[in-house]
Design a protein around this ligand. Sequence first.
Ligand code: ZN
Length: 153
Amino acid sequence: MTSTSTERKYYLPEGLPAPAPHIDDLGKEFWDGTREHELRVQFCESCQEFQWGPEWICYRCHSFDTLTYRTVEPRGTIFSWERVWYPTHPALQMGVPYLVALVELPHAGNIRMVGNLLGDPEQEVVIGSAVDAVFEDHDDSDPQYTLVHWRTV
Ligand SMILES: [Zn+2]
């Protein structure tokens, strides 16, 4: 099995819309963290639980003013995954197949986040496998941003 993805500068092909984080939005702390190669997720100081994705309200205790961010270890396990064969954007025409993983963070309340799974797109993927975050800097973008991908350990 071969892959051309390792020859590209970035994991995903050129031409896709950039995530362009908004500096005032809920995700600012997450995006600031990725620039420093840290994984920051929401934490409720009232009920002492993590949650993801970012919300204005804690979805457990319904507090509005108790949500903060905590830096957590950038590793997890594969909870679910899919191999994408259909290019949903013209830029992905040469970028399929690719792997999308739902990664669970056992040390952060088992919250789950979606990301690309790096490596051979036709690799065997095993539920429960350990994965590490891979921070991909886009220093040549304005504004600069850093994506979080995942790779099996
Ligand atoms: Zn709470």
